[in-house]
Design a protein around this ligand. Structure first.
Ligand code: HEM
Length: 392
């Protein structure tokens, strides 16, 4: 059986835009320039969900359509998208992310303190998951003590979707209740700002708020955890490169971009054409479903020399790991900040780790990452003998 990367290479070799009959039939856009071209003008496509003539759900950013909830702002079109996007973008701006840095530093130190004496740990669940969940919950203004409650089911959504249902349903209920509670007793966070925006009459329903918060969690947890796990795995037997990542900020930055390109945690997402238009000279008809293959674009040899090689000094590196067009990742500043904080600290404290067991996500057409990554290492010492936080 071909690996996903081999299938993507085959698709690229067939042409920039090809048709598949799978999942009811849809286009595959696999070349770098075709992905950018196809996503440039948002009036050509929609990400909204709808009900088809046969009563089945259609549209959205996944193929097949995920019927249960709406990822926002992802599954909305302008002009509504503008309102949704703006409502979360200011919390994820470079300045906002910069202001989170001291807390992020503390969380990283503390999470590593929790595993450093053990000698064996799962990088995904004991490092990537707590750090990404804790910082995202802080941003949202949700209790950090609840991080397991949110991170577990969201990890399952990526790692074992067939088991995720009850946990995700519980999250939906909890978020709906939290919105009511915070209307009565506001605190400080993105949730409260969304509620205040609603009170200003700016077109946010309770469901919109819930869907925006949920999308920030889904966007923010496992994508970054998967990126870091992939980088840590690749680095394990490369002491000189590890040392450079600890010491050289410029190298860390270019390595961050190259790991994004190479790993591409968001493998690909979909759109529905709203009009007849062409992508790389291929005619697309209104109503057609189109799958934009971000990882394939990032591995396109016409755009990247030797794409299958990780070149941590690759420059320029015009990857589309964060997507392209209006829905381009709104959390990219935070994703980069987390990567650039975790990787040097982890490498400088866990000196000799070896990955002894790992499991990648099984369903691979939307996300790349790890269900788990078990490593062994010589136990080290904590920075804080007494924990700074009691919720990790
Ligand atoms: C390495 C980490 C990440 C990767 C690879 C990634 C990737 C992406 C991609 C490819 C898109 C475009 C989706 C599309 O084309 O339909 C996207 C959108 C989005 N991402 Fe990220 N993401 C990451 C981290 C984050 C973080 C940390 C957050 C929030 C804290 C976040 C929140 C979102 C949201 C809300 C959207 C929807 C934006 C819109 O529709 O306007 N992501 N992300």
């Amino acid at each position: 059986m071909k690996t996903p990367l081999e299938m993507e290479r085959k698709t690229r070799e067939t042409g920039p835009v090809t048709w598949t009959e799978s999942n009811g039939g849809h286009w595959l856009v696999s070349h770098a320039d075709a992905v950018s071209e196809g996503l440039r003008d948002a009036s050509n496509y929609s990400t909204e969900k709808f009900t088809k003539e046969d009563g089945e759900p259609g549209g959205g950013v996944m193929i097949p359509t995920v019927p249960f909830y709406r990822y926002l702002p992802n599954e909305s079109d302008p002009p509504q998208w503008d309102v949704f996007r703006k409502s979360i973008a200011q919390h994820l701006s470079p300045a906002s992310v910069q202001s989170l840095q001291p807390l992020l530093d503390s969380y990283v130190t503390e999470v590593i303190d929790h595993m450093i004496e053990l000698g064996e740990a799962d990088f995904v669940m004991q490092v990537g998951s707590p750090i990404t969940a804790l910082i995202t919950l802080h941003l949202l203004g949700l209790p950090p003590t609840d991080w397991h409650f949110y991170a577990g089911p969201i990890h399952a959504l990526f790692a074992a979707p067939e088991t995720a249902g009850p946990g995700v349903a519980a999250i939906q209920v909890r978020l709906a209740q939290t919105i009511q509670d915070r209307k009565a007793l506001p605190e400080r966070g993105l949730v409260d700002d969304l509620i205040a925006q609603q009170a200003d009459g700016k077109a946010l329903t309770d469901d919109d708020i819930k869907d925006l918060v949920f999308d920030v969690m889904v966007g923010g947890f496992d994508t970054v955890a998967g990126l870091m796990a992939g980088a840590i795995q690749w680095l394990q037997d490369k002491p000189e490169i590890k040392q450079r990542l600890i010491e050289d900020q410029a190298f860390l930055r270019s390595a961050n971009e190259e790991f994004l390109r190479y790993i591409s945690p968001a493998v690909g997402l979909s759109r529905t054409a709203t009009c007849d238009y062409t992508i790389a000279d291929q005619e697309i008809s209104a109503g057609d479903r189109i799958y934009f293959m971000y990882r394939s674009a990032n591995w396109d040899p016409e755009e990247f020399e030797s794409p299958e090689e990780l070149d941590l000094e690759r420059m320029p590196n015009p990857h589309v790991a964060f997507g392209s067009g209006i829905h381009r990742c709104v959390g990219s500043n935070l994703a980069r900040a987390v990567f650039r904080t975790v990787i040097p600290e982890f490498l400088s404290r866990i000196l000799d780790y070896e990955v002894v067991e790992f499991e990648q996500y099984r369903l691979t057409n939307n996300n790349a990452g790890f269900a788990k990554m078990i490593m062994r290492y010589t136990p080290g010492t904590k920075v804080h003998e007494e924990p700074l936080f009691d919720h990790i």
